[in-house]
Design a binder for this molecule. Sequence first.
Ligand SMILES: O=C(O)CCC(=O)C(=O)O
Ligand SMILES: [Fe+2]
Length: 203
Amino acid sequence: MSATLFSEESKDIKPIKIKDGEYIYVPNFYKKELADKYLARLLSDIHWKQESMKMYGKEIPFPRLTAWYGDQDKPYSFSGITLQPHPWSPGLLKVKNDIEPIAGVSFNSVLLNRYRDGSDSISWHTDAEKELGKNPVIASVNFGAERKFQLKHIETKERIDIVLQHGSLLIMQGELQHYWKHQIPKSKRVKEERVNLTFRIIK
Ligand SMILES: O=C(O)CCC(=O)C(=O)O
Ligand SMILES: [Fe+2]
């Protein structure tokens, strides 16, 4: 990571080192007013879709809506489906430019997740697909309802919970994807929508 990429405010942002990985969490990356604006725009402008996965000959819908945006030559496969990206929108490019000085890398795609309420979720997985490279940097920006993000060490089963708040930025980096799974569990209490953007580099 190059120190010259860091802006004045982001200079003090240091990765949190954990066993076999590291992450950065910036709770108030966007202040509330701006985060509210982004949330409204994302809800209305993004081409949201409920994808499904074939399992034992049955179509199982994902418990969330998704969308894939990015450079046009980078199709992406996950959970048995392949997505052709929509071209970058001005708003997504703005967020990308805002987070890159902190991530220290240049992203070429973003997977968006929309959790309509607490009954939407994403279950335990790693983002260690081949096309993300060896130690991927994954930057996740969060808008809307606060949801619990859980990390679980694959060998020791150690757990780390982070409540991802409106306007926050979470960056997973280092060896984390090889040793830790993550999930957003269902939560009966949550009635509001949440939108999550995970910026990635597809090789
Ligand atoms: O919604 C989140 O915070 C996590 C999303 C995620 O893990 C993914 O899209 O791979
Ligand atoms: Fe993930």
